[in-house]
Write a protein that binds this ligand. Sequence first.
Ligand code: FAD
Length: 606
Amino acid sequence: MANQEPTDPSHALFDLFVTAESCRDVQQHFSALCEQLQVDPKDYRVFYSKLKERLNYWKAKDLWKEIDKRASHKDYQQRKACAENKCLVLGAGPCGLRAAVELALLGAQVLVVEKRASFSRNNVLHLWPYTIYDLRGLGAKKLYGRLCTGTLDHISIRQLQLILLKVALVLGVEVLTAVEFQGLEEPSGDKGWTAKLHPNPHPTLAFEFDVFISAGGGSFLPDGFKQKELRATLAIGITANFTNRHTAAEAQVAEISGVARIYNQKFFHDLLTQTGIDLENIVYYKDDTHYFVMTAKKESLLKKGVIKQDYSDAEQLLARENVDHDALWRYAYEAANFSTNRQLPELEFATNPAGRPDVAMFDFTCMHRAEHASLVRERRGKKLLMGLVGDSLVEPFWPLGTGIARGFFAAFDTAWMVRSWGLGIPCLQVLAERESIYQLLSQTDPGNTKNNYTSYSIRPSTRYRHVNLSAIQVHQVQHLYHICLPHVNVFPVLVPDSAGGVEDLLRWCQKNTAGYAGVEVKDFTLSWTSGLALCALIHHFRPQLIDMSSLNESNAVHNHQLAMDLLERELSISPVMAASAMASKKKIKHFSLTSNFLCFPQPAAP
Ligand code: FAD
């Protein structure tokens, strides 16, 4: 039976969908299948059950069995936990798609936007054991039979994306490729949060959402989030992909799952003396391609003419115009050939989407990590929960293979956050819990996470050994709740020749600084010179930013400087006067509080 060609057209379409090897084919065969079965993916609430009901095919049933098992986990509450939520996921990389699958399992409506038109990344990723287990649990083996067979523990990025795309589509996730996210549109009128997408206008501009997950990779960070930079000594990585013809001779060449200089000095010494190539480490995996990744020493790249001129700045050093690409290809070729004992026959570069040899050189001296993982914005009474996953949250150090492992953990943690959001848990509590869990992410490794993979779920305690969901308290995340208070009722814009406006503003200042020691706002001149009033105003809305008891009334310039720094850094309000001028007893003519104050976060709960 297994070898028979299916006669039912829907079965044939299902086979095409399952075996499709490009993003476009997956989407096309999926649409054709849906049309054939007359099921509408936009009907996301019932789509999966209708698909199952109408596609009575043994191969499909094998897949449903796996997905049903996962979907029946109590954490998803029969796919009702987030039934009222609409989620926009930015990026169809592995982590964005993995997050989208979880959100769909929670019952949310999910739209993924991806700026690339195709999945073309050949690079091969080493997977931690739990991720292989996780993928199998999603039915990945039914979608890609070669997934981690035997002792193999790696997969190309594009194959991983294809598997996850297929699972996501089956669960009713909408995935738009060749569509770039260009920012959020704030609610207006009756309309909620929407996205600026390119090309524009796009029918999905109408998609309103209350959850936004950013999985745009290491170089994308949405507004409102900040990154920390971790700098190490200069590290230059090179990746190279060669065509895999899957011949017996190629199959015999042993992979190198990671050899570092300190463990095999002879190998690196021989490589240097015979070829002039000086490496710190090298990895070789076989997948769709023969994939090599290595860390090269700058001096050898200079000597071999790969880098034309030496610069101390890594960006300048590896700038396009400072790299001789022919020399880079020769360098990668020689390193690959040497490290496989020249056993790979007809070594020929695979090509990248531009049709050029798939070789890349990159700097991983600086790693970025987001300062926080979540945020809530509120405008016109409409709340938006925002979260980061994948490289956009924590950029991995590639030699450790942490990208997917921590990326999937973050996808699960984010799904857990969205679940709490969907269940109506107060937003500061949702944020505090998310940030508590985020503290653990960068330390996770196979040794300190739970090893019972069967019980893994989005619930953090199933994966982290020691997790304290209230390590961070609600008052510590108030700055992550950005609320825009309504214009007229709260803070009239100061118009110098409008007496009414000034009066309103004065009353607003008095109300929000009442009760602070040493503060009595009577005017817009002398009441402000000590700086305490401005600090009190900030403290009223963001108590965690200022310790009022540490301030001294006589230290006016310091108080003003502190307030101005906080206004600029935390609230994007640029100073229009120097602290010394604010501290002087002259009349303050153009008070620097502008309508930006309207964006103060929600006052602390009493
Ligand atoms: P990405 O894979 O970067 O995906 C982000 C997606 O967002 C992209 O498709 C991009 O087109 C899209 N996007 C960006 N901006 C927009 C926008 N404005 N609108 C729409 N779409 C947008 N990890 C491992 O686990 N094991 C390894 O062995 C390993 N080896 C590595 C080797 C190298 C050389 C490198 C560089 C990385 C390696 N990694 C490894 C890391 C791994 O590749 C990443 O962790 C992983 O790809 C991150 O997935 P992601 O979904 O977060 O981001």
